[in-house]
Design a binder for this molecule. Structure first.
Ligand SMILES: Nc1nc2c(ncn2[C@H]2C[C@H](O)[C@@H](COP(=O)(O)OP(=O)(O)OP(=O)(O)O)O2)c(=O)[nH]1
Length: 199
């Protein structure tokens, strides 16, 4: 019987990365109010890594409780800019102001993944990537926004690294997949170790 991973995420890129790696994926979007939980965690001064981990676990548990026999993957990515957590821009204007704030600085992307089975977490990992943004011109930024909105609205940093977003950076430290939103290599290693994937 072919191994199927249930992905508790509406993220297109996460599904693509897993399918491109040859996994059979079943998408079940969790019904969780992420922003309410994120706000309460922030109010309690929860560290960004724990916020990403908690949200990823919540999404995985929500689906796993409905599909107890499945292996369910929940994910969450947060962007930490000098201690401020940014979210996906809701408008081109928001994307512009977010990118201007990030210009010439470093920010961290924390990509959390949690696997749940029978309503219990069985694996978790938070990948961290450190992004150094170049001091791009405002003219270039206007062109970038014009060419890439609304696609970049799906990304927490208002960029798609695999597309023109790479032009925002002078340096990236960490794993490419972690930037895109999924600590893929760590996940595949665990699934292989468990025998879900062939060695
Ligand atoms: N294509 C692409 N997507 C990116 C990149 N960086 C971040 N993202 C996406 C991955 C996630 O879909 C999104 C991070 O937001 P979330 O972790 O809240 O996930 P999202 O709301 O998309 O789906 P989910 O909460 O899992 O249902 O940003 C990138 O460089 N390229």
């Amino acid at each position: 019987m072919t191994f199927t991973l249930t992905l508790a995420s509406g993220s297109e890129i996460r599904r693509h990365l897993l399918e491109n790696a040859g996994l059979q994926i079943d998408v079940v979007r969790p019904r969780v109010d992420e922003s309410a939980l994120r706000h309460s965690l922030l109010a309690e001064q929860t560290p960004p890594r724990d916020i990403a981990d908690t949200l990823a676990e919540l999404k995985a548990l929500r689906v796993s409780s409905k599909k107890p026999s499945a292996l369910v993957l929940g994910c969450d990515q947060v962007l930490n800019l000098d201690g401020q957590l940014l979210s996906k821009p809701r408008s081109l204007e928001e994307a512009r102001s977010q990118l201007l704030d990030m210009r010439g600085k470093r920010h961290d992307l924390l990509s959390a993944a949690v696997l749940c089975e029978a309503g219990k977490p069985v694996w978790r990992h938070v990948g961290v990537a450190r992004m150094t943004t170049r001091t791009f011109s405002e003219d270039w930024l206007e062109g970038y926004l014009e060419r890439n909105w609304p696609e970049i609205g799906e990304s927490v940093g208002a960029y798609q690294l695999e597309a023109e977003g790479v032009r925002l950076f002078s340096r990236i430290e960490g794993d490419y997949f972690t930037v895109l939103g999924l600590p893929l290599l760590d996940l595949l290693s665990f699934l292989t170790l468990r025998g879900d994937l062939p060695t």
